[in-house]
Design a protein. Structure first.
Length: 448
């Protein structure tokens, strides 16, 4: 393209020269000048071409040198790659061997982390140090091998739990009261076994994804609650008695669900239970009334024994007055009159004892009736729901047992009281008979 442009320029120059020349000499001179100019242009173009050719050769030589260098570098990299592949294979073999040795350790760490987390969550120490099991929960679900500091942290958690199990400490924590209100209260923790606040026993509740101390709706016996108050009011270093629930709250939870005797009678005894209790109360009142009558009468008879003048305000005085009222009667007549007086006094002394006997015989029979009623209810439940759930049968069995216990609890005391009152009555009647026999004996001595 450049050559074409040059030729066109020369042709134009010749044409313009021919146009401007007037003579042949002028034309020849002008052609020579144009040829000389074209020669210079061709020389320049040739020089440029040669220079460009030399540069291309240099670039080609440089490219060949770079190619050779890159080929040598490629060979080195290939050798290094092959060497690294062999080393990597060897390292993978070593890793697999070591992973085989650490695999068992990894499984043990995950299992131990889960077990320790469950133990820590169920421990009352977590009320003082909340959130201490989160790390173990994350470690139990991790898929990578634990580090040495993490293994040391597991050991630290275990040692801390062991150390806290032997301490009695005070701290402030949220406590859910029995009325449902939540308050920040001072808590006294006895190892991992018990916790108390405001003199009441607490339970560590981890159900429903919550972890908090709750006040038991029903507290243990008064003497245990008193010990809890003494412990909370004690000062540092003071030694006080305190009950310990070695089951870590299971016994206290059972206390909440255990029915009191009154609740058992009200819920399980039923109508038969109330009837037995009514029989027991009636028998007890009758026994008290009879005991009052007998002891009052006995005191009057004892007072009469110390006096020779008969007093008709007591049975012995009325018996003794028979002799004074019949001084001229013979022995046979007087003996008959004394027997009649003793019989007359015997009836009031024995009144009510037979009815008490009926009551202590009826009470166990009523208990047996309650047993039969409870068993009927149990068999009805079995008929309706089968034997798959024992709790469905618990109501009837509880009714049977409670009524049986109530019947025995009424019958045994009434039997003992009846025996005692009957013995007291017979003792008083024996005193009357002895005194009547003494009167007959004295009269017989006088007749002789």
């Amino acid at each position: 393209m450049k050559k074409l442009r040059t030729l066109m320029a020369v042709s134009l120059a010749v044409v313009s020269t021919s146009v401007a020349a007037q003579t042949l000499d002028e034309l020849a001179a002008m052609v020579e000048r144009a040829a000389s100019s074209e020669g210079k242009i061709n020389a320049e173009r040739e020089a440029e071409f040669l220079a460009a050719r030399d540069r291309q050769r240099e670039l080609l030589a440089q490219a060949r040198r770079e190619l050779q260098e890159e080929e040598r570098r490629s060979d080195r990299l290939k050798e290094e790659y092959d060497r690294n592949e062999r080393e990597l294979a060897e390292l993978e073999t070593v890793l697999q061997e070591r992973m085989g040795n650490l695999g068992e350790l990894f499984g043990i760490v995950r299992q131990a982390s889960g077990d320790i987390q469950a133990a820590l969550d169920d421990s009352m120490v977590s009320a003082q140090f909340p959130g201490r099991g989160d790390f173990l929960s994350e470690l139990a679900q991790r898929k990578e091998l634990p580090t040495v500091p993490e293994l040391q942290q597991i050991w630290t958690r275990m040692v801390t739990e062991i150390a806290q199990s032997g301490k009695v400490v005070r701290f402030t924590a949220p406590v859910e009261r029995s009325n449902g209100e939540k308050q920040d209260l001072e808590v006294v923790r006895v190892g991992v076994f018990n916790a108390i606040s405001t003199g009441n026993f607490l339970d560590w509740d981890t159900s429903k994804s919550r972890e908090n101390l709750i006040e038991l709706a029903r507290q243990p016996a008064a003497r245990f609650s008193g010990m809890a108050r003494d412990l909370q009011d004690s000062s540092a270093g003071e030694i006080v008695d305190m009950p310990v629930d070695f089951s870590r709250g299971q016994i206290l939870r059972a206390v909440v669900q255990t029915k009191s005797p009154i609740e058992r009678v009200r819920e399980d005894g039923g109508i038969v239970g109330y009837v037995i209790i009514g029989v027991g109360l009636l028998g007890l009142l009758l026994c008290l009334w009879k005991a009052f009558v007998l002891f009052t009468t006995g005191s009057k008879i004892t007072k009469q024994l110390k006096s020779e003048a008969p007093n008709k305000a007591n049975p012995l005085g009325r018996v003794m007055s028979i002799y004074d009222d019949n001084p001229t009667s013979d022995i046979e007549t007087l003996e008959l009159k004394l027997d009649e007086a003793i019989l007359r006094e015997t009836a009031p002394l024995e009144t009510g004892l037979s009815f008490i006997k009926v009551l202590y015989v009826v009470a166990p029979l009523l208990g047996l009736l309650g047993t039969v009623v409870g068993m009927i209810a149990t068999f009805q439940m079995i008929t309706l729901f089968g034997t798959g759930d024992p709790r469905m049968m618990a109501g009837g069995i509880s009714t049977a047992l409670v009524t049986t216990v109530l019947g025995l609890c009424v019958a045994i005391p009434l039997t003992l009281l009846h025996s005692f009152l009957q013995g007291k009555s017979k003792a008083l009647i024996q005193v009357l008979e002895e005194q009547a026999a003494g009167i007959i004996a004295r009269l017989a001595e006088r007749k002789v």
